[in-house]
Design a protein around this ligand. Structure first.
Ligand code: C5P
Length: 229
């Protein structure tokens, strides 16, 4: 597969015009567009429809998380938009996930395991002493039982999980080149590390969106994947 197909840019902007012009600037160099809560809470379904016109796969990262009935009704609305992917929190539990997996159409349901800005200290504070590996593994087990199409996990967990669950789509945020700022992310690795570990989709935001030359930033990511530079 062409390397760029793996790169989904997280367009975490509020302004619609800015999002559209940024997407147009980089569209020939990436494999898809990730729209998340910042964009959606400002621009809603109409904003998503406008971004769809760019012609790239749309990853709608809404991280749905509520009781089964509420999430089910919300997912119905999301499916009307026909994004290629939509995210739900695996911690919503088995019943919630099973209901969603049953109603999916062309849209792939992707379960979020543990946010990449969290680490073992955060887990301990929440009362979990098992460590991030076990925590993520338990959540993924629930997702697989429910029938989700893929999962979001940090690059640190991808290899182990990919070996166990070969048919899942692996989505990986927390991607940084050595020279990039970490920002609020903790469990990070390089693009090459994630791809070698078996990731299918790299979700990359600020290393591209905050760059003075976004196309060059993407080319550096491609170079890192292909040659380790
Ligand atoms: O700017 P950065 O590359 O850190 O962006 C990562 C993107 O991935 C953000 O849009 C964030 O919402 C998303 N994400 C994440 N961790 C997860 C799931 C999604 O960082 N577990």
């Amino acid at each position: 597969m062409e390397t760029k197909k793996h790169i989904f840019c997280a367009l975490d902007f509020s302004n619609l015009e800015l999002t559209l012009s940024f997407a147009k600037k980089i569209k020939d160099h990436i494999g898809g567009i990730k729209l998340g809560l910042e964009f959606f809470t400002k621009n809603g379904p109409l904003g998503v429809e406008k971004l769809k016109k760019i012609g790239l796969p749309i990853f709608l990262d809404l991280k749905l998380h509520d009781i089964p009935n509420t999430v089910k009704q919300s997912l119905k609305n999301v499916l009307d938009l026909s994004p290629n992917y939509v995210t739900v929190h695996l911690s919503g539990g088995l019943n919630m996930l099973e209901e969603l997996a049953e109603m999916k159409k062309k849209t792939k349901i992707i379960g979020v395991s543990m946010l990449t800005n969290l680490d073992n200290h955060d887990l301990k504070r929440m009362g979990f002493s098992c460590g991030h590996k076990k925590f993520v593994e338990n959540l993924v087990k629930i997702g697989v039982k429910a029938g989700v199409d893929g999962i979001v996990s940090s690059p640190k967990e991808t290899k182990y999980l990919k070996n166990k669950y070969k048919s899942l789509i692996f989505v990986t945020p927390g991607i940084r080149l050595p020279k990039n700022k970490k920002n609020d992310q903790k469990r990070i690795e390089s693009p090459r590390f994630a791809i070698k570990a078996g990731s299918n989709i790299l979700v990359i935001g600020r290393p591209i969106t905050k760059s003075k030359d976004p196309v060059n930033a993407i080319q550096e990511i491609v170079k890192n994947i292909e040659y380790g530079k």
